[in-house]
Unconditional design. Structure first.
Length: 442
C-alpha cells in the first residue's frame, strides 16, 4: 500500500502539461536583474558597484549573516545599475542589473559535464562549498542549505529525505530533473550522506511519476543506503512535515523542525545544485523553471539564468494568450500573482503559470455555512474558518493562540470552501501581522 500522511489533504486536478517536455535551454538574456534577497533570512550585501565588469560565477553579493546566502553573477558583463525593482512579492527590492557581454555568449552555454562519482572533499569542505556557492532550497522555501547541514553535536540525524514529490499542480521542473539527471542526483545524495555522517537516505516521489521512480531506483540500485519511496498522490505531500509523516511516520512537533525528529529534508533541485557545486565548482546561477498554462501554444521546461525577466520565458512559448487573467509565480495552490512580466526569475522560481479568464475568475464570497470542509482538509489540524474570522476582525493575539503561525499556506481550505471564502488570503494577512507583533515583543 502506498504511503501518505493521515491528516487532511486534497486531490486537485494535476494538469501536468509539461511532464513529457524535455528541459530546454533559454537563450542568454541581454540584461539580467539579480535581486539580493532570494532566500529566507538576511538579504545579501552588495560587493560590486556601477560600471564594474563581472565574470560568470563571481560573487556579487555576500551572505549578510548566518541565515543568508551568497549571490553570483549569472552572466559575464557590466553592472549598469544598483536599482530598486518590483520582484515577485509585488514590493520594490534592491537589485543588481548586469548588461550581458554578448561577445562572450559562448561562455554561458551549458556544457555536458560527465558524471563524476568520486567524492574527494571532507565533510567540512562540503559544508563550506555549499555556503560559498549560494545553495538554497529550490522547492520554494529558499532556506539557505548550509544552515540545514550545520548540525550540532547534540543533534542526532539518522535519515536524509529527498523531496521529489512536486505535488503542486502544473509544475514539472523537479519531475524532468529526476528523469534527466537521475545519476547526478544520486551522487548529490551520496555527498550529503558523507557530509552528515549518516547511512540512510530516502527519495519520496508521488506515484504519478512512475518514470521518475523507475529512473531513480535504477540509478541507486548499487547503493543500499539509498531507497525510493513511492507515495500516494495527495496534496500537500511535498510539505516537509507531511513528507516526514508519510515516509517515516514521525511527527514534527508544533513549532519544531525536521531536526527535532532526526531528519533533514532537501529538494531534488537542491541536491543537483549541491552536486554541481561540490563536483564541478559551479555556484547556483540557474535553475529549471516550468512555464505552463492550458492556453499556451507550447508550454515547456527551461534551464533559466537567475535574473532573466519572466517576459523572456513568455515570449519563448508564444506570448501571453488572449483572454489571460493572471500570471502566477509558482503553481495555482501556493503561487502568487505577479503584476507584470518584468519580474525576474530568482532561486525560488519553480514555475510560471498563465491562467485564463475562465479559470481565474473567483465566485462571489458568501457567508460561512459551518460545513467544516476546511477543517477536514487542513493537514495541520487547524480551523481555517476561525483563523480567517480572527484575522478579518483584527483579533491577532487570539489568532496566535489558535496557532495561526502553524499554517503552511497550502490553500487546501480555500480550494474546498463551498462559499468561496478567501480563507488563505486572510490567514496570510493575519500571519504577517502576528509575525510583526512577535518581532516587536522580542
Amino acid at each position: 500500500m502506498l504511503k501518505t500522511f493521515p491528516k487532511g489533504g486534497i486531490h486537485p486536478a494535476e494538469n501536468k502539461l509539461t511532464s513529457s517536455k524535455a528541459i530546454q535551454r533559454m537563450p542568454v538574456p541581454k540584461v539580467v536583474y539579480v535581486p539580493i534577497a532570494q532566500h529566507i533570512g538576511i538579504p545579501s550585501e552588495i560587493v560590486v558597484d556601477r560600471k564594474d565588469k563581472v565574470e560568470i560565477g563571481q560573487v556579487i553579493a555576500k551572505s549578510g549573516g548566518f541565515v543568508s546566502s551568497n549571490i553570483h553573477a549569472p552572466v559575464t558583463g557590466t553592472v549598469t545599475k544598483l536599482d530598486m525593482i518590483v520582484d515577485s512579492s509585488g514590493y520594490k527590492k534592491q537589485c543588481i542589473v548586469i548588461r550581458t557581454d554578448q561577445k562572450n555568449e559562448s561562455n554561458f552555454e551549458q556544457k555536458e559535464y560527465p558524471l563524476l562519482k568520486e567524492i574527494t572533499m571532507s565533510p567540512e569542505a562540503i559544508l563550506k562549498r555549499v555556503l560559498d556557492h549560494g545553495i538554497v532550497g529550490l522547492g520554494g522555501a529558499t532556506f539557505p542549505s548550509h544552515v540545514k547541514l550545520n548540525i550540532k553535536e547534540s543533534q542526532h540525524i539518522d535519515c536524509l529525505i529527498i523531496n521529489g514529490v512536486e505535488c503542486e499542480p502544473y509544475l514539472t521542473a523537479d519531475h524532468r530533473l529526476m528523469l534527466e539527471k537521475a545519476n547526478e542526483i544520486i551522487v548529490g545524495i551520496q555527498i550529503l550522506i558523507h557530509a552528515l555522517h549518516i547511512d540512510r537516505a530516502i527519495i519520496g516521489i508521488e506515484n504519478n511519476k512512475k518514470d521518475a521512480i523507475k529512473a531513480l531506483k535504477q540509478a541507486c540500485s548499487h547503493d543500499k543506503r539509498i531507497n525510493v519511496a513511492a507515495l500516494k498522490v495527495k496534496y500537500p505531500q511535498g510539505s516537509e512535515k507531511q513528507l516526514i509523516k508519510s515516509i517515516l511516520n514521525r511527527e514534527v512537533p508544533k513549532g519544531g523542525l525536521p531536526l527535532d525528529v532526526g531528519v533533514i529534508v532537501h529538494n531534488v533541485g537542491t541536491i543537483f545544485a549541491i552536486y554541481q557545486a561540490v563536483q564541478y565548482d559551479i555556484p547556483l546561477m540557474e535553475r529549471v523553471v516550468t512555464i505552463t498554462g492550458k492556453k499556451l501554444d507550447n508550454p515547456a521546461n527551461f534551464w533559466v539564468k537567475i535574473g532573466t525577466p519572466i517576459k523572456d520565458l513568455v515570449e519563448k512559448v508564444g506570448g501571453i494568450p488572449e483572454g489571460t487573467r493572471k500570471i502566477v509565480n509558482g503553481g495555482p495552490m501556493m503561487g502568487k500573482a505577479i503584476k507584470n512580466t518584468d519580474v525576474p526569475v530568482t532561486k525560488g522560481t519553480s514555475g510560471i503559470l498563465i491562467i485564463s479568464e475562465s479559470e481565474a475568475s473567483r465566485q462571489e464570497s458568501k457567508n460561512c455555512i459551518r460545513c467544516s470542509n476546511c477543517v477536514f482538509v487542513c493537514p495541520m489540524g487547524l480551523e481555517p474558518h476561525l483563523l480567517m474570522n480572527l484575522s478579518e476582525k483584527g483579533f491577532y493575539e487570539r489568532a496566535e493562540t489558535e496557532d495561526i503561525m502553524t499554517c503552511i499556506e497550502c490553500g487546501s481550505c480555500s480550494f474546498v470552501c463551498p462559499s468561496h471564502r478567501p480563507l488563505l488570503d486572510y490567514i496570510r494577512f493575519g500571519k504577517n501581522i502576528v509575525k510583526k507583533l512577535q518581532t516587536a515583543k522580542n
